[in-house]
Design a protein around this ligand. Structure first.
Ligand code: EPU
Length: 418
């Protein structure tokens, strides 16, 4: 087992290039199952979650080749199986996209309930509602979900909760269905638009991604093609917050600034200087930040996946801050770790009340989940003394070369064997 060791107190300076988006990649790679041809997918991030989803596709019979470190070629024409292996499925959340993709391809899917970060119960009732509306019968049997349909027919679906996963799964199931599917109250995250763009590039007819209503005219076949995944909005935000939190000066490159608006606005509000260019953003931290109130919301609101990182910054901002989690039931597990570093935070239900302290002190802490782990790295970069972060397999699931990227910005950070 490895851990990350950070000696804090150095302002981050320089340039960092953001990788392809994890949450787009883990949707687009399974979507290749629907394609009757060869897909070339560029800007694929080199992270554990991608490795797992690639292994699942290979198990199913797809031929997957890396043309270079970031370009995947997938040929799913030989996929015959409609069920995915239990041990791989449980390693990540996005494995449930196999449900929509296999259902769309074979009118049948048989997969284990997915794993991923624990934020309280993570129901999939809206995914099931969508599949049933398209004509499938869904059974849950001892942790396995079986979805079957004679055929899938377009219909109108209203999501009771704005769900990224349900929106994506229904798009996958409907892309080859007969007729038109309209999904209302959908999620608008950039990776949903990216998935729709990928499928359209392969011949699908999907309109409205990025708005509240998506219309999918089923097509009889998707053919191969080439597509490049968007940059990772959350990796970009993590570096932006880290730059501000350490009083640094960092140019975050290869991003879509529009995707960063809520994070840029909050960083400006707490006193950082944010300069936006065409495909990069410079963040200058200055000395000291003021507290702020934040509520996480579906896109274009402030992302829940940036909540731990910004709470770490606010833990040393002057005055009081209130951060309300508006997406998940329970996403403050990492706060216990931050308290070990001297933060003054009280969590009541879905709200964290933060009183800024003068500094954090290095301590042994755990990455409780992917973004909580990113928060611990930022806390370590800000803290006086040495922070040792264990359970970093969570971080490796979603951040490519995080330690190397921070090191190149001047951080005193390394991975060591425990
Ligand atoms: N929900 C339901 N029923 C459903 C589906 C969702 O009640 O059928 C609820 C959830 O319990 C939650 C809310 O709706 O309270 C939003 O869940 P959503 O389905 O949008 O989340 P997800 O698709 O499981 C994705 C990301 C998460 C990110 C959320 C919200 C992927 C693989 N995961 O999860 O990313 O937090 O959207 O933006 O895309 C991460 O990258 O660290 C991460 C956890």
């Amino acid at each position: 087992m490895e851990k990350i060791v950070v000696k804090g107190g150095k302002p981050l300076c320089g340039e960092v290039t953001v990788s392809g988006a994890k949450n787009a990649a883990v949707a687009i790679i399974p979507a290749a199952i629907l394609v009757d041809g060869v897909c070339t997918i560029e800007n694929v991030p080199n992270i554990k979650d991608v490795q797992v989803i690639v292994k699942i596709l290979e198990y199913l019979g797809a031929s997957v080749t890396y043309l270079d470190s970031y370009t995947l070629q997938i040929d799913s024409r030989n996929v015959k199986k409609d069920s995915a292996p239990h041990d791989l499925m449980r390693k990540m959340r996005a494995s449930y996209y196999l449900l929509g993709a296999l259902l769309g391809r074979f009118c049948k899917a048989n997969v284990t309930m997915p794993g991923g970060c624990y934020f309280g119960t993570r129901p999939i009732d809206q995914h099931i509602k969508g599949f049933e509306a398209l004509g499938a019968v869904v059974r849950q049997d001892g942790g396995v979900i079986v979805v079957e349909a004679e055929k899938l027919c377009g219909t109108n679906i209203y999501l009771d909760t704005v769900s990224v996963g349900a929106t994506i799964n229904i798009i996958l199931a409907a892309a080859l269905a007969e007729g038109t599917t309209t999904i209302e109250n959908v999620a608008k995250e950039p990776h949903i638009v990216d998935l729709a763009n990928f499928l359209n590039a392969m011949g699908a007819n999907i309109k409205g991604a990025g708005t509240d209503v998506i219309r999918i005219k089923g097509v009889s076949k998707l053919s191969g093609g080439t597509y490049s995944i968007i940059p990772d909005q959350i990796e970009a935000g993590t570096f932006m917050v880290a730059a501000a939190a350490t009083g640094g000066n960092v140019l975050v490159k290869n991003i879509i600034p529009k995707h960063m608006e809520s994070v840029s606005a909050k960083l400006t509000e707490v006193g950082a200087k944010v300069t936006v260019f065409d495909d990069s953003i410079r963040v200058e931290g200055g000395s000291g930040h003021s507290g702020a109130n934040i509520k996480t919301l579906p896109y274009p609101g402030f992302p829940t996946d940036m909540q731990p990182q910004i709470v770490c910054l606010l833990s040393v901002a002057s005055g009081n801050s209130i951060v309300t989690e508006g997406v998940w039931d329970n996403r403050f597990q990492y706060v216990g770790e931050l308290l070990r570093m001297g933060a003054n935070i009280r969590v009541e239900g879905k709200t964290a009340f933060i009183t800024g302290v003068s500094h954090l002190a290095g301590a042994p802490v755990r990455a409780t989940d992917l973004r909580g782990g990113a928060g611990m790295v930022i806390a370590g970069l800000m803290a006086k003394g040495t922070t040792e972060i264990t359970d970093i397999e969570h971080i490796d699931r979603g951040y490519e070369n995080m330690v190397e990227k921070f090191k190149a910005l001047g951080a005193d950070i390394c991975r060591v064997s425990e």
